[in-house]
Write a protein that binds this ligand. Structure first.
Ligand code: SAH
Ligand code: SF4
Length: 418
């Protein structure tokens, strides 16, 4: 009987989290998971449509599966957005919100898809990737329509998960011994739920989760700068389990480009926000997402992004070359910055980042901090810094103290203290 499946996941944490639920549903329908594409009867591609390169890789995985006479299944952002086009590469193009129906559909027992609602599938208990750090979606979708971005089209409008369901998932994770929870949403600051007849915004949700009994850390992504409030910053300060790591995508540092991107803040406003964060959370680490070479971005405009990098002194940045996405507003603008120039700008920012990250990391020298051990000899601080150490013991999934002895730009080195 054909029942072996393999999932290949592209893109963001939300896709990773979705794949964890796909696994649960297929396993409970008596499918078997295999760890190699070649051994699978069903190759499932969880696609990402944010950049062309990721989409191309998804398509080639599907083509390969078809060539090998395997059943090629595609889901995720590309599949939802371009169902018809993806039918050319896959046997099934499935929407994650219909997850409950997948086993029947795949086994050709049911081809009728009914609307189950976009949050229904979150009720499945995921097969989390680790036993110590779990992703917990709190909302999906996006209403912001940044001009370059496909997410509002592929994931649809914002919908928040119920407070009750989120608490239930977090409590069960804590009970199982999980040490860190990352709350996920395209824009966590738009969270809007209800609890005991009260409206719950994101700071209120953080407080509720923070007050759950147990020993665990809370991270969250992503915060849109236009919606990040002083109330949230103060809540982070007052909630001891919420870690001081903030991912705050700037995308660009020039006001004209920011306006063309429809980001709804200026360089000055972003910087003001960073100053408040640093005032209330002096030890906070900051990371960002940047798109270089947006249509029409001049060298002079790009220098404003470099300026922002020097002003903020980021710890980490995810740099992307602008990639035109069909259906978005900026797709109609001419993608006029050459690939080489985009690469040059990326390298330029990376050079500034390496210096600021190294300088920030040097502040850890001689200090003792807690790390959550992720691999045999690598852990992560509450501020999301990687720390390498030597130990013969198996400490994976434990929180231990390390004294930092060496600082490099992308990683720290330390000695175990207990
Ligand atoms: N909700 C998050 C981002 C989600 S998409 C936010 O508002 O910041 C993840 C990242 O992909 C974005 O931050 C952006 O830097 C990048 N990205 C999105 N669309 C892109 C495009 N068309 N070309 C290049 N990078 C893109
Ligand atoms: Fe995309 Fe902007 Fe929404 Fe982020 S906020 S997902 S970049 S549209």
């Amino acid at each position: 009987m054909k029942n072996k499946f393999f999932i290949k996941t592209f893109g963001c944490q939300m896709n990773i989290s979705d794949s964890e639920r796909i696994e649960t549903v297929l396993l409970s329908a008596k499918f078997k998971k295999v760890n190699s594409e070649n051994l699978a009867d069903f190759v499932i591609v969880n696609s990402c449509s944010v950049r062309q390169a990721a989409e191309n890789r998804a398509i080639s995985t599907l083509k390969n599966a078809k060539k090998n006479k395997q059943v090629a299944i595609v889901t995720g952002c590309s599949a939802v957005k371009e169902k018809l086009r993806f039918k050319n590469f896959a046997d099934f193009v499935l929407d994650i919100k219909d997850l409950q129906k997948w086993p029947d559909i795949i086994l050709n027992k049911n081809t009728l898809q009914q609307d189950l609602g976009s949050l229904n599938y979150l009720k499945f208990q995921p097969k989390y990737q680790t036993k110590f750090h779990a992703y917990v979606p709190i909302m999906t979708g996006c209403n912001n329509f940044c001009s370059y971005c496909v997410v509002p089209y592929s994931r649809g409008r914002e919908v928040s998960r119920s407070v009750k369901e989120i608490i239930k998932e977090v409590k069960s994770l804590i009970k199982q011994g999980y040490k860190a929870i990352t709350l996920l949403g395209q824009n966590v600051n738009s969270y809007s739920g209800k609890f005991n007849n009260q409206k719950i915004d994101f700071p209120a949700l953080l407080k509720i989760i923070n007050d759950i009994d147990g020993d665990f850390w809370i991270w969250f992504v992503t915060s849109h700068p236009k919606d990040m409030s002083l109330k949230l910053i103060k809540t982070i300060k007052n909630c001891k389990r919420v870690c001081h790591y903030i991912h705050l995508p700037a995308q660009a540092g020039n006001d004209v480009i920011l306006k063309k991107m429809n980001r709804k803040y200026t360089h000055a406003k972003y910087l003001k926000l960073v100053k408040s964060i640093k005032k209330y959370l002096p030890d906070a680490c900051l990371s960002t997402d940047i798109i270089v070479g947006f249509p029409g971005e001049t060298k002079k405009q790009f220098l404003d992004t470099c300026k922002l990098f020097k002003e903020v002194k980021y710890d980490m940045a995810f740099l992307a070359k602008y990639s035109p996405r069909p259906g978005t507003i900026s797709f109609k603008m001419k993608d006029d910055i050459l690939q080489d120039e985009k690469k040059r700008r990326e390298n330029f920012l990376n050079d500034i980042l390496r210096k600021t990250a190294l300088k920030n990391n040097k502040k850890y020298l001689g200090k003792t901090c807690e790390i959550l051990v992720e691999k045999k000899d690598i852990g992560r601080t509450r501020t999301f810094k990687l720390v390498k150490f030597n130990s013969d013991k198996d400490l994976i999934g434990k929180i231990v103290n390390v004294k930092i002895t060496k600082a490099m730009a992308w990683i720290l080195q330390g000695e175990i203290k207990n």
